[in-house]
Every structure is written in structure tokens, then in C-alpha cells.
Design a binder for this molecule. Structure first.
Ligand code: URA
Length: 273
């Protein structure tokens, strides 16, 4: 029996042969096709079945769903049963969505939940989260004012005896979850986004460049300005003034963009004396 993937590809080839060179695909289909392409590049097959429910945007158009809060509640529900992620078989079961203010001007996007986040079902509540809270405090912000999410919504699995160990999500895992974070961005429409670490930048910017190459400039995701900085756990591993200053410089740019007040003392943080 042909797989769904083969049927879909046959259909696309048939359309191409009959002269149709473009097809409209929504974010969810795009995520599935991206997963197939990655699997093809690696010589593996990806058994991603298409989602049976309509895409959130299509359904949103036909219902009275209006507010950001309602859109996010709907997305959260969809994400919990996200077939593209479940079908990989490499992510754990518990879905960890997002935290903070749906009307935030600033959105932070991390990598994936770890042990603590999975246990409490909230992003950035472990050691990296404490470091993040310190950074936000230095900016004069708190978690309730901003929106914090992850590019991958499930803790990457590491076998039966995983314990507290965590790992970064693979490209396939990021691609499978990408439509969810993109839909969150469209719902929230923040003034700017900060990618915390390389996995987040890989998803949102489609770039495999290192964080050190991506930081220092503005990028864009779905029309929203994006800044890339080191992941808070990088600061936990690297206590140097240079690393702290690098993250702080990125955050000063974000503060300027948000027109937050910046004191001289703040500007001088982590500079050599
Ligand atoms: N690291 C992340 O990237 N996200 C979390 O939620 C926790 C740790």
C-alpha cells in the first residue's frame, strides 16, 4: 500500500506535469514538507502523516475566534496533539507551551523544555530560567510583561534512563514544531523577538550560522525584527565578563528598540574597569 507521503508526492508530480508550477501550502503543510526534505537529505524516510484538522488560520477565519488569548488557547490545545512531532518518535509526550503576556511587546524564544520545564509544564523554570530572570531584571522587566516560548514544544528524548539529562532538538524536531511557534508569533505580533541560542535561530531564521555570527544584527521572522543572543545556559557554563557583556549588548539593542529607559550604569554593565 502506498504511504501518505508517496500519494502526496505523486499528486504534486502530476500537477507539475500538467503545467501547474505553484501550489499554495499553509504553515502546517510547509512544516511537514520540510520534514520530508530533511529526511530525504539524510536518506531516511519520515512517516509524517498530514494533520487531519484544518490549519488554525483556516479555522480561525470560519469561527468567531478573535482575541490573542483565544488564539493561543486554541494553539495550545492543537500543540498538545501535534502529529508531526509525535510521528517522529524522538520527542517525549508532555507538551510545554509558553508563559507570559499574550500582549507582550517582547517575545523570547528558547530551544526546548528540559527536565524542570517538563515537570512543571512551563518554559525556563530551571537553572537557565533563573539566569534568564536575572537578565530580565537587569533590563527592568519581569516574566509577566513578556512572552516566553520555545521553538520545540517537547523535551527531546534520550532513551529509557534519561533521568534529568537534556539534549538540543534535532533539525527534524525543530522543523516538526516550527508551525506552532510561527503561529504564536502571528497571534502575538510582538515589537521584537529574541532568539535564545542557535536552535531557536535555526527555526525562526532558517540559518545554521553560529550564534556569534548571527548576533550583532537585526534579522526578521514573518516581518518581526529578531535579535539573536547566547542561550542563558551558555552563560551558566561560561562565566566570563566577555560572554556576559555580549548578551548584555544584545539586550541593550532590544531595550533601545522597545524604547525602554537605559541608565548610564546599565550601559556600563560588564565593561572592563
Ligand atoms: N532551555 C530552553 O531553551 N528552554 C526552556 O524552556 C528551558 C531551558
Amino acid at each position: 500500500m502506498p504511504t501518505l507521503r508517496e500519494i502526496a508526492l505523486q499528486g504534486l508530480s502530476h500537477m507539475q506535469e500538467s503545467g501547474q508550477l505553484r501550489v499554495a501550502v499553509d504553515e502546517e503543510a510547509r512544516g511537514i514538507l520540510r520534514g520530508w526534505m530533511l529526511a530525504k537529505k539524510k536518506g531516511t524516510t519520515s512517516p509524517l502523516p498530514p494533520q487531519t484538522k484544518p490549519h488554525p488560520r483556516q479555522e480561525a477565519a470560519s469561527t468567531t475566534m478573535q482575541s490573542v488569548e483565544e488564539k493561543l488557547a486554541y494553539l495550545r490545545e492543537r500543540a498538545a496533539h501535534w502529529k508531526a512531532a509525535k510521528a517522529l518518535g524522538t520527542l517525549r509526550e508532555t507538551m510545554v507551551f509558553a508563559t507570559g503576556n499574550p500582549r507582550a511587546r517582547l517575545m523570547l524564544v528558547g530551544e526546548a523544555p528540559g527536565y524542570d520545564e517538563e515537570r512543571l509544564q512551563e518554559p525556563f523554570v530551571g537553572k537557565a530560567g533563573q539566569k534568564l530572570n536575572q537578565i530580565l531584571g537587569a533590563m527592568g522587566l519581569n516574566r509577566e510583561e513578556i512572552y516566553i516560548s520555545n521553538v520545540c514544544k517537547f523535551r527531546p528524548a534520550m532513551g529509557e534512563n534519561q533521568g534529568t539529562a537534556n539534549r538540543a532538538p534535532s533539525e527534524e524536531e525543530i522543523a516538526a514544531c516550527l508551525p506552532i511557534i510561527l503561529a504564536e508569533i502571528r497571534a502575538i505580533q510582538p515589537l521584537c523577538i529574541v532568539c535564545l541560542g542557535g536552535s531557536s535561530a535555526k527555526g525562526l531564521l532558517g540559518s545554521t550560522a553560529s550564534v556569534s555570527n548571527l548576533r550583532g544584527n537585526w534579522h526578521e521572522c514573518q516581518g518581526i525584527p529578531v535579535r539573536v543572543t547566547y542561550h542563558p545556559s551558555y552563560l551558566l557554563r561560561n562565566e566570563s565578563m566577555a560572554a556576559k557583556r555580549a548578551v548584555w549588548e544584545d539586550m541593550l539593542h532590544v531595550m533601545e528598540h522597545l524604547q525602554l529607559p537605559i541608565s548610564n550604569k546599565q550601559r556600563r554593565y560588564f565593561l572592563p574597569r
